[in-house]
Ligand binder design. Structure first.
Ligand code: BGC
Length: 265
């Protein structure tokens, strides 16, 4: 990976596959301190309900307790970045930042943020976080980061996140297929997957009826993607009841933070 001098690295610089670090030709210089052995990553997870953060060591192991604050409403860039600053200031030392963002982000710039605020469109979140932290940052969709925290890296693996919204990420032999937004695909009764399964629906229908819907959605997606494994992440994944197909695994919502290390591999 070559990063142009004089600018913070962006997610587009990252090989989507979390490959093993290739040996640098020369020792890391002042120009590329973020790649140095022992670098600590602040992993931030921006959710529709909560903003979470913790520092990970070079191997991706947590170095402190997760810090969480409520997502402000309305979740405008200004309000949210101010709340994120509260999460950041409670962290131990870190050298670089990974951010999971609940929408489409390309080259560090937000395209959509359905569960935050429309004013996020065109905001350079990468630059905003770098300004807040004074450290290089990389930003990726939250469901993609969840996926990186869960996948095994072979075959086709699909990750669905069930939380405030519904996120999705698809991996082929560990390589991310970017910007898959299954949540906004029409599903049933004139509703998208997100409208059919989001947290508002969970609250309205209760665990049993909502879980039945999750199983229906899985049955719909299985023959389309034929994934080797489907990971269910996000805050509501643990609330699914009923018998899951044998290739479906519930993953801890912590994957949404732990997967952040993949952005620096
Ligand atoms: C967004 C996705 C995001 C998901 C979960 C959806 O509304 O479009 O990008 O991954 O919510 O936060």
């Amino acid at each position: 990976m070559t990063i142009a001098k004089g600018r913070a690295p962006r997610v587009s610089d990252v090989a989507a596959k979390p490959t093993k670090q290739t040996k640098p030709a020369k020792p890391p210089s002042a120009e590329a301190p973020v790649a140095s052995k022992g670098a600590r990553t602040l992993a931030l997870d921006i959710g529709g309900t909560g903003l979470k953060g913790m520092v990970l060591d070079h191997d991706g192991k947590p170095l402190n307790e997760r810090v969480r604050v409520e997502t402000p409403r309305p979740a405008t860039p200004k309000a949210l970045l101010a709340a994120l600053a509260q999460v950041i200031k409670q962290q131990p030392h870190f050298d670089r930042v990974s951010v999971g963002f609940p929408g489409v982000v390309m080259d560090g710039v937000v395209h959509t943020a359905p569960n935050l605020d429309p004013t996020w469109a065109n905001v350079d979140i990468d630059a905003a976080v770098t300004k807040l932290t004074q450290k290089p940052s990389r930003v990726l969709n939250d469901a993609a980061i969840q996926g990186f925290g869960a996948i095994e890296g072979h075959g086709l693996e699909l990750c669905l996140t069930l939380g405030t919204g519904v996120g999705s990420s698809l991996f082929v032999d560990g390589i991310l297929v970017p910007n898959l937004e299954l949540g906004h695909h029409p599903f049933k009764k004139g509703e998208t997957y997100e409208e059919y399964l989001d947290n508002a629906t969970f609250e309205k229908l209760g665990k049993k009826k909502w879980s039945k819907r999750v199983l229906e959605a899985l049955a719909q997606l299985q023959p389309i993607f034929n994934p080797r494994v489907i990971y269910l992440g996000g805050g509501n994944a643990k609330r699914v009841v009923g018998e899951l197909p044998s290739n479906v695994r519930i993953v801890s919502n912590d994957a949404g933070i732990l997967g952040g290390i993949a952005l620096w591999r």
